[in-house]
Write a protein that binds this ligand. Structure first.
Ligand code: GDP
Length: 704
């Protein structure tokens, strides 16, 4: 397959967005089949789907990685007009709320979305969540009501649930012929033509007659569709009102701009599993979803001037792209996925990682297909590049022309808020575990690895329960590590509230050579997030220079071990200002211990306090459950900040301690009859109220 250049207006960067189980994998897999990338129909339950190549995704039936796949499609010709071939880059979006950051990042790099629904269940809570996230990023969408072949499937009921819960602008452009086991084809409303899907895998789209009993229904839906479409174009509207029938081409053109403007959401339907309707979805992706030219140019900050700048999707603009995923690839090792927004990216050249300040060499550029990769020399705006050889680039970094720096996205990695102990079963596991966790941490900036200083145990920390569960799972499968894991725990921290001083003395004189370390330290609180700072204010050599680094080390280790309850102490300034030494007995070890003793004592005097992660929580609920939802949030020590409205639902924004959010998903579901949904992300650390802190400290002491 030669890498052909496609003019940018013939490129689509889209995501397939769906609730778990709606059929995203099956739809994607059929797309790859019909577009000729995969040559075999592999069904999900047979474990052959091309996109889901990570084992545990297959087993959980959810897609975690935001991999990209390119494919090509020529839409069906209308009235014998020749159609061109298009390139579609499919960006895989994670479907689970625990991966909010990843969902949001993938929504950022795609230009349009195809949202898949289960034709029996209709809109499900998580489709609501993702829908509202897509609203936030103004992502133009089309809908595909899938599984119409299932018992209990209903096109109209599913459509109504979209209209009621998501958007009043949903507008069907096809109708199904038959339902459940009778589902056999589609009527295209613009064309007023019926189609069936022949061939072993439904690959042949053949025209057939509109069933006589559907004619009335078709006319009704068609009239409604045309009426809504012509509203968006003055000329067409005038002609239509004058009794002129607009051409299919004109209607498609106006529907395209209305969809891109977010004013209409075209609705299609089918049954991916029984090979019906996916070709129409592909046609609609091309006809109605934007090319990179149709969306606003990307903006960012010039780090030199701090001015806001724009990059147009043109070859002769300076290169700018966003690294949206770093993955370990079974064939090439570390692979960085980059969406190119402007300029050309050439193999062998150097680019600036404006987020980290590093210069990176582009070793190889790959075009990613579902099951192979193609090496290319150069890529262009709108392309999705798989880059090999980048050393210092992580998810969210901007890559750009070295002469024209721009930062597209502020890099912000949330602090991990949940931690879990993990213990290898054997010595051999221990070694493999070290390698595995290090590799996984490189891929995922929100995942951290720490060693408990006291027990030597490994603690993994991340963004949510599922996040850690999946990491552990990958460790088992990909790295064959056997380990026992503990219960997930909130990652508390400690800090101090006032300034205090203390002395640390480590003096032993027991014949022979003794030990002598002696320091005076002052501790002061720093602003939240400022971290640890050590200041050496020793004058006149009362503590010799060579013993100062050991003091700092002792201080640092003691702070990491915690003062009140074994959580790391953060945001303190420690000043070493006095002490003494002994010519013979002083040693680095003795000063390290003295530093540690002094800082522990000083912190105890400085009104230490426990800090807890506070989450920014966004709850989406239908209006009739609002009272219960806000009442429950209040009982969870929430600070409710805003009550908003978004396309037919209430949006409650709150700040809530993470410790109160365990089990929230279940509670919210039962309070809202399954219709409420929420997302949460870390916001800041705040002091734990005293009464709650004492319970936590007690619990920690008793080893719970
Ligand atoms: P995902 O979780 O959204 O990726 O959904 P999958 O593609 O894994 O589909 C979930 C389940 O629904 C699988 O058992 C599929 O075989 C089944 N499925 C997907 N599409 C259809 C369809 O059109 N009709 C029927 N009857 N089942 C489907």
């Amino acid at each position: 397959m030669a890498d052909e250049r496609y003019p940018i207006e013939r490129v689509r960067d889209i995501g397939i967005i769906a609730h778990i189980d709606a059929g995203k994998t099956t739809v994607t897999e059929r797309i790859l089949f019909y577009t000729g990338i995969s040559h075999k129909i592999g069904e999900v339950h047979e474990g052959e789907a091309v996109m889901d190549w990570m084992d545990q995704e297959r087993e959980r039936g959810i897609t975690i990685t935001a991999a990209a796949t390119t494919c090509f499609w020529t839409p069906r010709a209308i009235d014998d007009n020749k159609e061109e071939k298009y390139r579609i880059n499919i960006l895989d979006t994670p479907g689970h709320v625990d991966f909010t950051a990843e969902v949001e990042r993938s929504l950022r790099v795609l230009d349009g979305g195809a949202v898949i629904f289960d034709g029996v269940a209709g809109v499900e809570p998580q489709s609501e969540t993702v829908w509202h996230q897509a609203d936030k990023y103004n992502v133009p969408r089309i809908c595909f009501i899938n599984k119409l072949d299932r018992l209990g499937a209903s096109f109209t009921r599913s459509l109504d649930s979209i209209l009621e819960r998501l958007t009043k602008d949903a507008l069907p452009i096809v109708l199904p012929i038959g339902l459940e086991s009778e589902f056999s084809g589609l009527v295209d409303l613009f064309e007023r033509k019926a189609f069936g899907f022949d061939g072993e895998h439904g690959e042949k789209v053949v025209e057939r007659d509109i069933p006589a009993n559907m004619k009335e229904e078709v006319e009704k839906y068609r009239a409604a569709l045309i009426e809504r479409v012509v509203e968006h174009d003055d000329k067409l509207l005038a002609a239509y009102l004058a009794g002129e029938e607009p051409s299919v081409r004109e209607l498609q053109r106006v529907l395209r701009s209305a969809t891109i403007a977010g004013k209409i959401v075209p609705v299609l339907c089918g049954a991916a599993l029984s090979n019906k309707g996916v070709q129409f979805l592909l046609d609609a992706v091309i006809r109605y979803l934007p090319s990179p030219l149709d969306v606003p140019s990307v903006e960012g900050d010039n780090p030199k001037t701090t001015q806001r700048e724009q990059r147009k999707p043109e070859d002769d603009e300076p290169f700018a792209g966003l690294a949206f995923k770093v993955a370990t690839d079974p064939f090439v090792g570390q692979l960085t996925y980059c969406r190119i927004y402007s300029g050309k990216l050439k193999r062998g050249t150097y680019v600036l990682n404006s987020s980290s300040g590093d210069t990176e060499r582009i070793g190889r550029i790959l075009r990613m297909h579902a099951n192979d990769r193609e090496e290319v020399e150069e890529m262009y705006p709108g392309d999705i590049a798989g880059l090999v050889g980048l050393k210092a680039t992580t998810t969210g970094d901007t890559l750009c022309d070295t002469e024209h720096p721009i930062v597209l996205e502020r890099v912000f990695f949330p602090e991990p808020v949940i931690a879990m102990r993990i213990e290898p079963k054997t010595k051999a596991d221990q070694e493999r575990m070290g390698i595995a966790l290090k590799r996984l941490a490189e891929e995922d900036p929100t995942f951290r690895l720490v060693t408990d200083q006291e027990t030597g145990e490994t603690i993994i920390a991340g963004m949510g329960e599922l996040h850690l569960e999946i990491i552990v799972d990958r460790m088992f499968r990909e790295f064959k590590v056997e380990a026992n894991v503990g219960r997930p725990q909130v990652a508390y921290k400690e800090t101090i509230r006032t300034t205090a001083e203390a002395e640390g003395k480590y003096i032993r004189q027991t014949g022979g050579r003794g030990q002598y370390g002696h320091v005076w330290l002052k501790v002061e609180p720093r602003e939240r997030g400022q971290g640890f700072e050590f200041v050496n204010a020793i004058r006149g050599g009362v503590v010799p220079q060579e013993y100062i680094p050991p003091v700092e080390k002792g201080v640092k280790e003691a702070l990491d071990r915690g003062i009140m309850a074994g959580y790391p102490v953060v945001d303190v300034n420690v000043t070493l200002y006095d002490g003494s030494y002994h010519d013979v007995d002083s040693s680095e070890a003795a000063f390290k211990i003295a530093g540690s003793l002094a800082v522990q004592e000083a912190c105890k005097r400085a009104r230490p306090v426990l800090l807890e992660p506070i989450m920014k929580v966004e709850v989406i609920s239908p209006e009739n459950f609002l009272g219960d939802v806000t009442g429950d949030l209040a009982a969870r020590r929430s600070h409710i900040e805003n009550l908003g409205e978004r396309a037919m639902v209430k949006v409650i924004s709150a700040k809530t301690p993470l410790a109160e959010m365990f089990g929230y998903a279940t509670q919210l579901r039962s309070m809202t009859q399954g219709r409420g949904s929420y997302t949460m992300e870390f916001d800041h650390y705040a002091e734990v109220p005293d009464n709650i802190a004492s319970t936590i400290i007690e619990g920690k002491k008793s080893g719970k």
